[in-house]
Design a protein around this ligand. Structure first.
Ligand code: T4K
Length: 367
C-alpha cells in the first residue's frame, strides 16, 4: 500500500453537521452574499476574538492588500519599502497598484524587515512601508512606528500569517494604518478563501467598505469613487463562524507539534530557527533554514522518499523574480541566506508525534 503523503498543510474543517445547519438557513433566506447576516456576525466575533477595534471582511488576503493601498490614496509611482522574504502576493500588489517596491534586508534572527534598513532606504519618493509578520512573528512594530511618524509614511502590515498573534500582551494587528489578514484554507483561521483589513481609523474602515462594494456609498446612484468587488460571501462567512470555536484547541495542538519539532531539531548547528518575539504565537508554520541551498534541496529529496512534502516558503526572494530585476534593492545578505536554506516543514493540528519524529529523523540523519 502506498503511504499517504504528508503535505505542508492540511485544512482544519469544522463539524459537517454544524456547517450544514448554517448553510441550510441560506436555502431559506436566499441571501447568500453582499454583507449578509453571517458576514455581519463574523465581524462581531472576530473583533472580539482578535481584540481589534475595526475590521472589514474581504474576498481574500490579496484583494485585501490591494484595497488598503487604494484607499490610502498614495501618490502613484511612489516607492514602498518592503521585505523580499515573503509570498509573491505582497510584492505583486505593490506593483499592480503602480508603486515601486524597494527591497530591504531582514533581521538575521527574526527574519522580519530590519528597521535600520528601512530608514536607510527612505527617499523623497517613499510613500509607505509594507512589512510582513513573516510566519506570524511580529515585526519590530515600535521601531517601524517611530520611523513612519518621523518621515510621515503610511504603514500597511501584511499580517497574512499573524491571526491571533500578540505582542506585549496585545494583538499585533493594532499597529500601522492597516493590517491585512488572509483567511485562505491553509491558514490557522480560514473562511475557505477570505481576508480582512484591520485599522485603528473608523473613517478608513468606511472607505474599505465602500471600496469592496464598487465604491457605492449607500444607494446605487451614490458612487464615491471607483471601487472593486471584494465582498465575502455567506458560505465563506459561515465557514468562519464554525471555525472560531475550534481555534484555541487547534492552536494548542499545533503548539505541541511546534515544540516537539523544536526539541528534535534545535540542537543541530546546521539548522537555523526563527527567533519569535510574540507574547502569544499562533504556531502556523514550522520554518527551518539550513546552511545552504544544496543541503536544503537534498533534504527535500530525502523527505520525498518518505512521502513527506515540505515547501520552500519563501524561496526565491521576491526581489529575485524575473520581473523584479528592474526594481531597486538594498544589500539583501541576510534575506538571501535565510531564503536559500528555507524549508517549511509540515505543520497542522492533526499531525501525530510519530510523523514529526520520522520527519525530524530524516533531517537529522541526513545532516
Ligand atoms: N501575504 C502573504 C505573506 C501570504 O503568505 C499570502 C498567502 C498572501 C499575502 C495572500 O493571501 P491569499 O490571497 O492567499 O488569501 C498557499 C496559499 O494559497 C496562500 O494563501 C499562502 N499565502 C501561501 C504561503 O501558501 P500555495 O500555492 O503554496 O498553496 P497550495 O495549493 O500548494 O497548498 C499548500 C498545501 O496546503 C497543500 O500541499 C495541501 C494543503 N491544502 C491546500 C488547499 C488549497 C489543503 O489541505 N487544503 C486546501 O484546500 O499557496
Amino acid at each position: 500500500m502506498p503511504t499517504k503523503p504528508i503535505l505542508v498543510k492540511r485544512t482544519d474543517l469544522p463539524d459537517f453537521k454544524e456547517y450544514s445547519r448554517l448553510i441550510k438557513k441560506l436555502w431559506k433566506s436566499k441571501w447568500i452574499t453582499n454583507n449578509g447576516v453571517y458576514a455581519k456576525q463574523l465581524v462581531i466575533e472576530l473583533r472580539k476574538y482578535l481584540g481589534v477595534p475595526h475590521l472589514a471582511l474581504l474576498t481574500n488576503g490579496t484583494i485585501t492588500l490591494h484595497i488598503a493601498l487604494k484607499v490610502l490614496n498614495l501618490p502613484k509611482g511612489g516607492e514602498i519599502i518592503t521585505t523580499p522574504f515573503t509570498f509573491a502576493a505582497t510584492t505583486n500588489v505593490i506593483i499592480w497598484e503602480g508603486f515601486t517596491p524597494v527591497f530591504v534586508d531582514i533581521d538575521p534572527q527574526t527574519w522580519n524587515i530590519d528597521p535600520k534598513a528601512i530608514e536607510k532606504a527612505i527617499t523623497p519618493r517613499t510613500v509607505a512601508i509594507m512589512p510582513v509578520h513573516v510566519y506570524g512573528n511580529p515585526c519590530d512594530v515600535e521601531a517601524i512606528e517611530r520611523i513612519a511618524k518621523k518621515h510621515n509614511l503610511k504603514v500597511i502590515y501584511d499580517a497574512a500569517h499573524a491571526f491571533g498573534v500578540e505582542y506585549k500582551g496585545k494583538s499585533v494587528l493594532n499597529y500601522g494604518d492597516f493590517s491585512s489578514l488572509s483567511f485562505h484554507a491553509t491558514k490557522v483561521f480560514h473562511t475557505i478563501e477570505g481576508g480582512a483589513l484591520i485599522t485603528p481609523n473608523e473613517s478608513m474602515l468606511k472607505q474599505v467598505e465602500y471600496a469592496r462594494n464598487f465604491g457605492i456609498v449607500e444607494f446605487e446612484d451614490q458612487i464615491a469613487f471607483a471601487g472593486t468587488n471584494g465582498k465575502m460571501n455567506e458560505f465563506q462567512a459561515a465557514m468562519g463562524l464554525c471555525n472560531i470555536p475550534n481555534l484555541d484547541k487547534q492552536r494548542q495542538q499545533r503548539e505541541k507539534i511546534f515544540q516537539l519539532y523544536t526539541s528534535l531539531l534545535s540542537n543541530n548547528p546546521k539548522i537555523r530557527l526563527q527567533k519569535n518575539i510574540a507574547s502569544k504565537q499562533n504556531y502556523g508554520y514550522m520554518p527551518v533554514s539550513f546552511e545552504s541551498l544544496n543541503m536544503r534541496d537534498r533534504i527535500i529529496a530525502g523527505l520525498k522518499k518518505k512521502s513527506v512534502f515540505p515547501r520552500k516558503y519563501f524561496y526565491p526572494l521576491t526581489s529575485e523574480f524575473r520581473f523584479s530585476k528592474i526594481y531597486p534593492k538594498d544589500d539583501l545578505t541576510n534575506a538571501r541566506r535565510v531564503s536559500d536554506g528555507i524549508l517549511c516543514l509540515p505543520l497542522y493540528s492533526s499531525l501525530s508525534s510519530r510523523q514529526i519524529e520520522t520527519i525530524s529523523a530524516v533531517i537529522n540523519d541526513y545532516l
